[in-house]
Design a binder for this molecule. Structure first.
Ligand code: ZN
Length: 81
C-alpha cells in the first residue's frame, strides 16, 4: 500500500503499527521529504466483508458489503440446490 503525505503529496513511509483490535491497526507514518517533515498516525479499519472467511473468528464481526450480499446469497442458494 502506497501512502503519500497529506500535506506535500510526497511519499510517506510507514513505521510501526499497533493492533488494538483484530479489525483495527494504528500505523505511524513519516513523510520522506525533509523540507516537509510531517509525521502522523493512520487508522486502518477492516470496514466491510466482500467474501466471507472459511475460517471465521467468532469474535470478529465485519459487516458484509451491501453489493456483495446479493452475490453471496446467490452462491448459498446455488450450493443448497
Ligand atoms: Zn510531506
Amino acid at each position: 500500500m502506497k501512502i503519500s503525505c497529506p500535506h506535500c503529496a510526497d511519499r510517506a513511509i510507514t513505521r510501526t503499527s499497533k493492533r488494538p483490535a483484530p479489525v483495527f491497526y494504528e500505523v505511524y507514518a513519516q513523510c520522506i521529504n525533509p523540507d516537509c517533515g510531517w509525521a502522523g498516525k493512520l487508522h486502518i479499519e477492516f470496514a466491510t466483508t466482500t467474501a466471507p472467511s472459511r475460517k471465521p473468528n467468532a469474535a470478529v464481526r465485519i459487516p458484509i458489503e451491501p453489493a456483495s450480499r446479493r452475490v453471496l446469497l446467490e452462491q448459498l442458494t446455488a450450493q443448497h440446490s
